[in-house]
Design a protein around this ligand. Structure first.
Ligand code: HEM
Length: 151
């Protein structure tokens, strides 16, 4: 009968533990929102899709009549990249400066947010990931929607 060396058993046990642990770690390693959205190309597709939907949305499309759309899309891509912890730089103006004076109301804000969600649905982004992006967009409402001045 062949005697198996205890050293070999120990080594193979150790190998199993290490490989299992590393694969469990790989599965549970936290993913940045940027990665979950599909990095640069994923965000680019989401924004392009969202802009297409926004420009057909009767609730808000009139607001973009005079907007340079390719520039807006580029800035939205940069912004989504930055807020999702991606390696980008946002080169646009801050939300307050940009939207002040445009007279945007809450319903229009929610309409745009909904369009971004529809775009993500189309691209099969999981709802947990969608919610992570929505949670970052929601607080921007205070810089985009302004109360009507008192008469
Ligand atoms: C979460 C919601 C929103 C986000 C994240 C967002 C983001 C942005 C960004 C990044 C820009 C470009 C900034 C720049 O030109 O430097 C922009 C511009 C603009 N946004 Fe929004 N926006 C939001 C909601 C809205 C809504 C609800 C409307 C109107 C219905 C709107 C209308 C506009 C217009 C018209 C411009 C172009 C302004 C210009 O070129 O002078 N935005 N937005």
């Amino acid at each position: 009968m062949k005697i198996i060396q205890p050293g070999i058993i120990l080594a193979s046990l150790l190998f199993t533990v290490v490989t299992t642990a590393s694969s469990v770690y790989a599965q549970s390693a936290p993913q940045t929102l940027y990665q979950a959205l599909g990095s640069e190309s994923g965000i680019s597709q989401i924004v392009d899709e969202a802009v297409t939907i926004i420009l057909q949305d009767e609730r808000i499309k009139a607001s973009f009549k005079e907007t340079n759309i390719p520039r807006l899309a580029q800035l939205l891509k940069e912004q989504f990249c930055v807020i999702s912890a991606g390696p980008c730089k946002y080169t646009g103006d801050d939300m307050k400066t940009v939207h002040q004076g445009l007279g945007i109301n809450a319903a229009q804000f929610y309409a745009l947010a909904e369009d971004v969600q529809i775009a993500m649905d189309k691209l099969a982004i999981p709802s947990a990931t969608q919610n992570r992006l929505m949670a970052l967009l929601a607080p921007m409402k205070r810089d985009i929607v302004f109360p009507k001045p008192k008469q």
